[in-house]
Design a protein around this ligand. Structure first.
Ligand code: ATP
Length: 253
């Protein structure tokens, strides 16, 4: 399964060039702070009695080839950190650089583009579109990127084969098991060949054998890209090259 997903979908000038340094991290965050207003989820940007400091000065680099686990009890800040690493959100203080670019300096549109080009995201509940086949779900990010239909189909087939679902291309998510749906979600996250894959509790809905296979898949993906997986599950974390531990929004390991 190694080395089958890199390389071939760039079809237009890249709006978000990576750092020239081959040793540059896929993602880097420094002294990152993120606060929420309790109840409405909006950004507060100051610390008073009603705010929650979900992250409090977290630093982390993830290099291509690394599989990093993020551990911590419920509410410790794992999802908040992953949203920042995936450029889905911006910090209130500190910096997050994805492929060398400081996400806070980008417009919303540039940030979306950076994410599309550089980051694959996998969620606990798969987030597949129920009316579309597995192959069409995998190809979705390529539509946003303007890739031609035939090329999208080839890429989706190649990726479904990579995740062991070559015979499920035409199935809709409802006709797939949880583990198969999660592998479709992984294939979709790889569609644009991102240098970083971020997954939040990707095995949370799966039985332990299926979860173990999905984690092996993430370990394979980390051959040549950065992979960050948040989980409560020790079995998941034992598959990682190293584990970052959060407690009350701070990094304790
Ligand atoms: N949208 C929001 N609005 C207000 N508070 C939030 C919001 N999202 C997260 N929080 C708070 O920020 C803190 C960190 O939450 P986060 O979801 O990052 O933790 P987590 O470690 O991922 O938890 P879990 O393992 O339960 O998913 C918690 O105290 C949580 O209540």
């Amino acid at each position: 399964m190694r080395d089958t997903t890199r390389g071939t979908v760039r079809t237009e000038p890249d709006a978000s060039p990576a750092s020239d340094d081959p040793d540059a991290p896929a993602v880097s965050c420094r002294d990152v702070v993120r606060e929420y207003t309790r109840g409405d989820g909006s950004l507060l940007g100051r610390s008073d009695g009603r705010s929650v400091r979900a992250l409090d000065g977290v630093s982390l680099d993830v290099h291509p080839g690394e599989f990093v686990g993020v551990a911590g009890t419920s509410g410790s800040g794992k999802s908040t950190l992953l949203h920042l690493l995936a450029a889905l959100d911006t910090p209130d203080a500190g910096t997050v650089r994805v492929a060398g670019r400081d996400v806070a300096t980008l417009s919303r549109r540039e940030r979306t583009r950076l994410r599309l080009d550089r980051v694959g995201v996998v969620f606990q509940r798969f987030h597949l579109l129920p009316a579309l086949s597995a192959a069409a779900n995998v190809a979705l990010p390529l539509i946003e990127r303007g890739v031609a239909k035939r090329r999208r189909q080839e890429r989706a087939s190649q990726l479904l084969e990579t995740v062991g679902l070559a015979d499920r291309e035409t199935h809709r998510p409802g006709a797939l098991s949880g583990g198969e749906q999660q592998r479709v979600a992984v294939a979709r996250a790889l569609a644009t060949d991102p240098g970083l894959v971020v997954a939040d509790e990707p095995t949370g809905e799966l039985d332990s054998d299926t979860g173990a296979r999905v984690i092996e898949l993430f370990a394979d993906l980390a051959d040549d890209r950065g992979v960050v997986v948040a989980s409560h599950d020790d079995q998941v974390l034992s598959g990682a090259d190293r584990v970052v531990r959060l407690r009350d929004g701070a990094r304790v390991a």
